[in-house]
Design a protein around this ligand. Structure first.
Ligand code: GTP
Ligand code: MG
Ligand code: ZN
Length: 314
């Protein structure tokens, strides 16, 4: 026995020969749940010298002492990262390698337009496509639906997909599935808007999968406490994420923030001052566009509020 142990090569040297690729389905505390190429979920610790892994990370891992456990030896480069600020206002990754951010809203709990815009800006700045979903359509009568449609029409005008769904009546779920199919998307939004219910409606045998995962993680099944990745039946991945009370952006330079408001882009660089912040400066092309109705007043106000918040942190 003892000699066998001595014969084992040190883990560090063994890295590339015995490591295999995997996908992080979820990350809890010190443990990552990694999907092996076989499809099996493996409970993995991460080597100390490595960055924290997040849901959606591509990693290399090595089997451990039993078939269900392993060690992550390498985190592959992330194509995109969704971050939110931690207590010290530094970016903390939430999920990686996504190409769509689906902001889920509902009539209940009601939403704040500032928060929607902050999510949309975060998606734009990380290089992902934003999608807006209004869930719980069954709770809206015709009049409140058309009021909401009007309120959100601006987002369709600037090119964003806007979908209405209900997990109760299944309205809109086919369209949502079509929108998600080839992509890796994350569902984000306030707690209680129905993110997990949407995942449940789109991923068949979810109960079975969640049950299997909670056995591996030892966590309960009904609370969304960490981002979790699921495969969609016809290709693509869907990440469920824990609800938030609010979503803030990590501080970014004003020029970058303005680029996060996608409809401002044609006007950027056309202001009188090259360092225009588009607040009250004369000769500002963005403000002129808002006066002409080409940019929504509400979006400009949300942008300006963000500039104010961020300059307070400077
Ligand atoms: N009426 C109605 N209720 C819904 C719909 N979708 C979800 N719900 C209900 O809304 C509540 C919250 O749903 P969840 O799916 O847990 O919401 P969530 O966004 O995942 O919440 P967190 O995990 O806390 O972020 C549950 O009681 C659901 O049954 C819908 O389309 N219509
Ligand atoms: Mg949930
Ligand atoms: Zn300007």
């Amino acid at each position: 026995m003892g000699t066998l142990r001595h014969q084992k090569r040190p883990a560090r040297e063994a890295d590339d020969s015995s490591s295999q690729p995997g996908l992080v389905l979820a990350h809890y505390g010190q443990i990552s749940l990694v999907e092996a190429e076989s499809g099996d979920p493996i409970r993995c610790a991460t080597r100390r010298n490595l960055p924290r892994t997040v849901c959606g990370d591509r990693v290399m891992w090595q089997p451990g002492s039993n078939a269900r456990e392993g060690v992550i030896t390498r985190v592959l480069e992330r194509k995109t990262t969704l971050v939110r600020p931690d207590r010290n206002n530094r970016g903390r990754p939430v999920a990686a390698n996504l190409d769509q951010v689906v902001v889920v809203l509902a009539s209940k709990p009601s939403f704040e337009p500032g928060m929607l815009d902050r999510y949309l800006v975060a998606a734009e700045l990380m290089g992902a496509t934003p999608v807006i979903v209004v869930n719980k359509l069954d709770l809206l009568d015709a009049e409140s639906r058309s009021r909401l449609e009007q309120r959100l029409a601006i987002y369709r005008q600037i090119g964003y997909a806007l979908l209405f769904t209900s997990t109760r009546t299944t309205d809109g779920l086919k369209d949502l599935h079509r929108q998600l199919r080839p992509h890796t998307s994350i569902l984000v939004g306030q707690s209680g808007v129905g993110k997990s219910s949407l995942v449940g409606a789109l991923v068949p045998d979810l109960e079975v999968r969640v049950g299997a995962l909670s056995q591996v993680t030892g966590l309960g099944r009904h609370t969304t406490t960490a981002a979790q990745l699921y495969h969609l039946p016809d290709g693509g991945n869907l990440i469920d994420s824990p609800g938030v009370r609010d979503f803030s952006l990590c501080p970014v330079p004003v020029e970058e923030l303005a680029r996060g408001f996608v409809e401002f882009r044609p006007y950027l660089g056309h202001c009188r001052f090259h360092n225009c912040r588009h607040l009250k400066e004369p000769g500002c092309a963005v403000q002129a566009a808002a006066r002409d109705g080409a940019i929504s007043q509400q979006r400009l106000e949300n942008y300006q509020a963000l500039v104010e918040t961020m300059s307070r942190h400077e």
